[in-house]
Design a protein around this ligand. Structure first.
Ligand code: V47
Ligand code: SF4
Length: 394
């Protein structure tokens, strides 16, 4: 297939435009020279950069790092429970322990049945994440992971946000180091990036005051990295935070990444306002979303990958993000992740098979490459021809 190419001279020409703001020109030149941009420059990008300027720069960086490759993986989700002791104001998904009958609580057997449902299917990862249930403790999850591994040793277990782990460790009265080691030995291989939200205390205290704070979140990821595990990082954007809070969030992550190099992927998560206590807060529009991805690509210069979570954004916007810095779309998944659909995500039944996801990427002029959790390449689908039946299947 023919790939669209963005020549770097096109970006250089953009920077020569006589009416270009001098700050933006300076930042653009730094990006082309592969120099790190400062927090102040990050804020300038948000405030002064328009979507075409930011897109051109971010795309240049994306293509320098990854060419046209766009990764996806074949995974499925297990959400053990939506019962949660925390009270995040943006969360449409959780139910309090007092009203636990309104939520769900899966038993170990039910979760193993989900895993067994994928027997013979070429999935490489199970992503386990849910609410923080006071009765689902570290022993419960260690036992679950051992049983999953006994059934299917090759399935990579990515699980538990720092929020869930922080609670489990405190309840079990173990240190973060000890807790991470125990979970790792029981089968936990990597961690998703949830629970980060916005680190700055003046925002965190308003949207999720009772869960682990920035230092605690970062320390759990640091500890995981020191054990050789890889993790992701997210940022919940587009609500009451300001640009400097986003930059502060990314700066803290960038500093930890300089220290450990353990993060794989940064995932900006667009705030959705349905059925939560922040329903009065307007959602960001598509231009703001694309600017967010572009600035994230430019700022997070030591993060190898930038991921768009397509069930949240919708298929068309996800395709667009591939020209704004994104080089990874989340996996081919079934309708098993409810945290977004319950908050008003674009995709109420987020399921794409491999052919459909690969085609989505090809239509955007990129190369679909299946990866495993830690970005080993499994298969390049660029020249794969799919049948109508495969593309229509659900
Ligand atoms: O931390 C909750 C977010 C996150 C809303 O690492 C919301 O590969 C928007 O982190 N609007 C959990 N977002 C999910 C998560 C994740 C998802 C996919 C892949 C990976 C990965 C991680 O969901 C929470 C929170 O930031 N969230 N409610 C909402 N109303
Ligand atoms: Fe609980 Fe997570 Fe929802 Fe917060 S976002 S209330 S920690 S399930």
């Amino acid at each position: 297939m023919t790939m669209r190419t963005t020549e770097y001279p096109a970006v250089s020409m953009l920077l020569q435009q006589p009416n270009l703001d001098t700050d933006l020109k300076k930042i653009g030149e730094k990006v082309l020279a592969q120099q790190r941009i400062t927090p102040e420059e990050g804020i300038i990008l948000f405030e002064k950069g328009d979507v075409t300027f930011l897109g051109a720069l971010a795309n240049q960086m994306r293509e320098r790092l990854h060419g046209h490759k766009t990764y996806f993986n074949r995974n499925f989700h297990i959400e053990p429970t939506n019962v949660c002791i925390f009270t995040c104001k943006f969360c449409a998904y959780s139910r309090s322990y007092k009203h636990k009958e309104e939520g769900w609580e899966l038993s170990t057997e039910q979760m193993l049945d989900i895993v067994k449902g994928y027997d013979g299917k070429p999935v490489t990862e199970v992503h386990i994440v849910g609410g923080v249930h006071p009765k689902m403790n570290m022993d419960f999850f260690c036992d679950l992971m051992r049983k999953i591994k006994a059934h299917r040793p090759d399935l990579h277990i990515k699980g538990f946000t720092a929020v869930e782990l922080d609670y489990m460790f405190r309840k079990a009265k173990v240190s973060v180091e000890e807790g991470m080691r125990i979970m790792n030995e029981a089968g936990l291989q990597s961690m998703p990036g949830g629970g980060a939200e916005i680190f700055a205390p003046e925002i965190r205290s308003q949207i999720c005051h009772d869960k682990v704070d920035a230092e605690g979140w970062l320390n759990i990821h640091r500890t995981a990295h020191n054990l050789g595990m890889h993790t992701n990082a997210t940022m919940l954007y587009g609500h009451i935070e300001q640009y400097h809070h986003r930059i502060d969030h990314m700066e803290r992550l960038r500093q930890l990444q300089d220290e450990t190099h353990g993060f794989n992927t940064f995932i900006p998560l667009k705030f959705r306002n349905k059925d939560n206590e922040m329903s009065h807060v307007r959602e960001s529009g598509i231009i703001e979303d694309l600017k967010m991805y572009a600035v994230a690509r430019l700022y997070m210069d030591n993060f190898p990958h930038l991921k768009a979570y397509w069930p949240m954004l919708g298929r068309s916007t996800s395709q667009l993000t591939l020209s704004f810095g994104v080089n990874d779309l989340d996996g081919t998944i079934d309708d098993t992740t409810k945290i977004y659909s319950m908050a008003g995500a674009e995709e109420q039944n987020p399921s794409l098979n491999t052919a459909q996801l690969a085609m989505l990427i090809k239509q955007a002029g990129r190369r679909p490459v299946e990866r495993d959790t830690v970005y080993n390449e499994i298969k390049d689908y660029t020249d794969e021809v799919f049948t109508e039946e495969e593309l229509a299947k659900n």
